[in-house]
Design a protein around this ligand. Structure first.
Ligand code: NOJ
Length: 675
């Protein structure tokens, strides 16, 4: 009898619970950001976002469409839980040493009136001072599920300017387009960056993409909603977006960095905070470093990957590069085209690649020995031509081969529009493969530089052997592109778009801009700009992409590349405007020295940068690398002035940038100050 009464009460309560609109507020720790989550009487979950009480996102829809069930309507709210978290963790390498992970969390657990009773969905929100995120978690009993799409619909309160690259851009290697959100009528890749009329910046992306298709965004033009974006998950060739199991999976976090200025945008740790803590117990073998490569000479057409009279990766050539690296303190050297598989159509027939069989003119024993004697680390190259099955079948032997020859870093590559002739790189298929490679590499103590990769999502927190990735139109395009080379503006956009996703292997450092075999294109840059890029761009494996003979011509400028670190304790954007210019300052992780780099687009510019925001008390010895009034990126790019000065925090840098220019300064803390 009592049991029945309880049951009736429970049913009544559930009906009341389901029948009225329920609203939950979640604030950031500093209370400036507010997420409001609503469950409507029809069983829809919605959310909106405000900053300083001003709306950013109006009522926006959540939910998913599965092949088996619809989780957009008929949701029955079962439980709401709240937690809060505050800790600080240390990155083994990074743009900063310390990361504060402080958030408030709200999780809503749902059943679904129209779904299998054992299935439940959690929508979990986290609200940080620098942004918000949510994800879907699938609770249940191991039944299969297929995601047709997430139904997230983001309704913006204003019409921001938006930077994006189109969905179909191969390997994300495109120029970023700036448009008002209301003019987006296509599908674009994630991340996207927005500048609101009031100066707020929002970067939408995803964190912890582990076993899921990568996210994209589109506008539903038929719905006439001009400032609305929807989610489009990259599909398999079957059309299904994600295969999974109830009880075994969750979506990546859907992230929104929300920043008052460009410094907050570029230095946000939202993505890494939303990934799992480091799974590698001993990270002492993970070593950020600069590296050179038998590489640019191949892209310029002087050498080949394949065998023949101009083969690049020969024992002799490797020794020449090793000697140069050793003389200049460059710790890494990449060899491309060293293994069987490159002859013929290496991209179309990547299944012929043999990852532990060197060409006869590449004597790995001798090279490894010479590299070790000279303190240089060989970086292996595994170009798969997109044939992941072939690569995976050789992975154990390949990493054993690397270990045998003391190779602790490998650049992977997937040049082919499809993986294994069928799936997209950023589909769940590609995501799974690339994750497997990183995990196996971690076991074998190998660092990964992933080219033609899925856009990074902060996974380097969990696997810090995942050092860097491409997913960018890098400097290699300026060796052979048919469109004249990337405009100078491109590099002023990257710090606020691509680089927000994670370290970027852009491969800067061109010191010779001539390109006789491809005269239609070139690097749009002065020499000073090439130096500044080592501060503006961030990659813990950072390439010095040109050839020894090019660096030999400008050894005075090369000194900056010898000295500039790749691992930082602090990083700041001191000034900038997306697409126009950027001034970045970083503090060396292993000294008190600071480095500042400024670059611009094709407009000359005067900047005045006070040092009071970054420097400590005391004197710094500054070495400034700047262009002269005669420097011209097209006709006189190498003219460079190197000045010495004693500076303190009361000084201001006066920076004159010529078109497509740069400015770099090293500020060495005077050691006598410490006495
Ligand atoms: C494209 C990569 O981005 C480049 O760095 C590499 O040299 C070629 N693929 C060959 O793997």
């Amino acid at each position: 009898m009592f049991k029945n009464l309880n049951l009736i009460a429970l049913i009544a309560l559930t009906l009341v619970f389901a029948g009225c609109k329920r609203n939950y507020l979640l604030e950031s720790p500093d209370t400036r950001l507010e997420v409001s989550i609503t469950v409507t009487p029809a069983g829809e979950a919605q959310f909106s976002v405000k900053k300083d009480l001003k709306p950013l996102l109006n009522t926006s829809l959540l939910g998913l469409k599965l092949w088996e069930e619809d989780w957009t309507h008929s949701l029955l709210l079962k439980e709401v839980t709240r937690t809060t978290h505050n800790d600080t963790w240390l990155q083994p390498w990074g743009q900063q040493t310390e990361v504060i992970n402080h958030y408030n969390e709200l999780a809503l657990r749902f059943k679904n009136r129209n779904a299998n009773d054992s299935h439940q969905l959690i929508i979990r929100f986290r609200c940080f001072n620098d942004g918000i995120a949510f994800r879907y978690e699938f609770l249940g009993e191991n039944d299969s599920l297929q995601i047709i799409d997430e139904q997230n619909t983001y309704r913006f309160a204003q019409d921001p300017q938006l930077w994006s690259i189109p969905y179909n851009t191969p390997y994300y290697e495109g120029l970023w387009q700036k448009r008002p959100l209301s003019e987006i009528n296509d599908t674009v890749c994630s991340p996207i960056t927005m500048e609101l009329p009031n100066g707020t910046y929002i970067c939408m992306h995803e964190a912890n993409l582990t076993d899921y298709g990568a996210q994209n965004f589109f506008t539903d033009t038929t719905a006439n909603r001009q400032t609305e974006l929807k989610t489009y998950i990259t599909p398999w060739s079957t059309g299904v977006k994600v295969y999974g199991k109830w009880g075994k999976m969750m979506s990546p976090w859907r992230t929104f960095i929300i920043a008052d200025n460009l410094n907050e945008l570029a230095t946000s740790n939202l993505l890494v905070n939303l990934n799992e803590p480091c799974k590698i117990e001993d990270t002492s073998w993970i070593m950020p470093m600069k590296y050179m490569g038998i590489w640019w000479s191949i892209h310029l057409g002087y050498h080949t990957w394949s065998q023949g009279p101009n083969h690049g990766a020969t024992t002799e050539n490797m020794k020449k590069y090793i000697k140069f690296c050793a003389e200049h303190g460059i710790k890494g050297l990449l060899a491309e085209g060293w293994n069987y598989g490159w002859d013929g159509d290496w991209s179309g027939e990547g299944f012929k690649m043999q990852f532990n069989k060197p060409y006869p003119d590449f004597n790995i024993e001798k090279i490894a020995e010479y590299a070790e004697q000279n303190g240089v680390n060989i970086i292996g190259h595994n170009e798969t031509g997109g044939w992941t099955e072939n690569y995976e079948s050789q992975l154990d032997e390949t990493f054993a081969f690397c270990n045998k020859y003391n190779i602790h870093a490998v650049k992977t590559g997937y040049v082919n529009p499809l993986l294994d002739g069928k799936e997209l790189h950023k589909s769940q298929y590609g995501v799974r493969h690339m994750r497997r490679v990183v995990e196996k590499a971690a076991e074998a103590h190998i660092m990964i530089d992933n080219h033609e990769c899925v856009m990074p999502t902060g996974l380097c927190r969990t696997y810090p052997n995942l050092m860097t990735g491409e997913a960018v139109r890098g400097q290699e395009w300026d060796a052979w592109s048919v469109d004249g080379g990337s405009p100078a503006e491109h590099l002023t956009v990257l710090p606020f778009t691509r680089q927000l996703a994670g370290p970027v292997d852009f491969t800067p450092g061109t010191f010779d801009f001539s390109n006789p075999k491809n005269p239609q294109t070139r690097v749009h840059s002065t020499l000073a700009r090439q130096l500044a890029l080592y501060v503006v761009l961030y990659s813990p494996l950072q390439m010095l992409s040109d050839m020894p003979e090019s660096y030999d011509k400008h050894l005075d400028a090369f000194r900056f590349l010898e000295q500039v670190p790749v691992d930082w304790s602090k990083s700041y954007i001191l000034d900038g405007k997306i697409g126009d210019f950027v001034v970045t300052a970083r503090k060396d992780r292993h000294s008190d020295d600071w480095y500042i780099g400024a670059i611009n687009d094709e407009q000359a510019r005067e900047l005045h940068i006070p040092l009071s925001d970054i420097l400590d008390n005391g004197a710094y010895h500054a070495t400034v690398y700047r262009s002269t009034p005669q420097t011209d990126w097209q006709d006189n790019p190498y003219e460079l002035q190197i000045e010495q000065a004693e500076l303190t925090k009361t000084d201001t840098l006066h920076i004159h940038l010529r078109p497509a220019d740069g400015y770099a300064v090293q500020l060495k803390k005077n050691s006598t100050e410490k006495l």
